[in-house]
Design a protein around this ligand. Sequence first.
Ligand SMILES: [Zn+2]
Ligand SMILES: [Zn+2]
Length: 387
Amino acid sequence: MKLQTESLKKEMIAWRHEFHKYPELGFQEVRTSKLIAELLRSFGLKVYEKFGKTGVVGHLERNKAKKLIAIRADIDALPIEEKTSLSYQSQRNGTMHACGHDGHTATLLGAAKYLSQDKSFDGNILFIFQPDEENGGGAKAMIEDNLFKKFSVSEVYALHNMPGMPVGYFATRENTITASENSFEIEVISKGGHSALPNMGGDAIQIASQIVNSLQTIVSRKIDPRKKAVLSITEFITNGKKNILASKVVLKGDTRCLDDDTKAIIESELRRICQSITAASDASCVVKFETNVPITYNSKAPTQNLTKCVIDTFGKKNIESNCAPMLFSEDFSFLASQVPGCFVLIGNGSNGPNAEPLHSPKFDFNDEILTLGSCLWVNLAKMISKH
Ligand SMILES: [Zn+2]
Ligand SMILES: [Zn+2]
């Protein structure tokens, strides 16, 4: 198939800019969802709204005898004040499409429009527009709304733009592709007291500081150096005042890794360090550790399908088919844990706002890759429908 027509490209750009101008946070994507549903309906698809709270699903069914594949785009934005000077910059204070979900959504809409107008297509596609990816709640909400009970999907796919990676380039891998995200909260409880009389009290800040330092030895001393993991403490909250020793400190942070064995080591070491340090300091602690998003596992068959489709469409030199796994997390993992799936990265370009890191106030999705992404989805749908 040729790349998309110029008029569809212009439409995708217009949709993307509209989403970009009016970004909405997770589970608040009311305007976004309404526009998606209107477009899907105008393409002639069967549309399901309020799926997983603010999600939308479009169903294209041409041949019941063939399998149904699902392609997912995330639709939510981030609580970031945009610092670009784009003509279509965010009109909403403190909210921004800084992860390119505006682009993922427009890409999938483009594929939905193309396939619904293509009379020769005789497969079945579920277009999933998923809310609240950033907080890891959207995919779960759609599954709880019986996404995979209502539709018997055999494979699920998703893409994410990758700043700094060249336009026209893709990367994926079999097995783990993105990390699990686990958050922890440690409450350190001591006696507190007068700042001039530490001998009579207890200083939770001093104890928590030891914990902060010691937690940094988990990745460097307890994890096999051949494996990847990261642990960051991101909040240190105390109830101390100028002349009052803190009796309570709350430490918060998160840790990411690429397999469940590593996660188990991190959790048990974190608990052991907190218990040991507080016990040795005549204090106590309460530790909470939870997995917000599991690892994304790319199954063999969908990954092979997607890799073949990229090679057939864009050429062998344009895909890294065994890329290094990423240490960010992605709640597509929930979908891919229910149905065999594949997550692929698409180059967002190496210059200007397209190369700014994801979640940067200066980031922008690259309009030039809208056609590449939708072309990938169209060709993948056609390829699988021939099976
Ligand atoms: Zn993000
Ligand atoms: Zn994202």
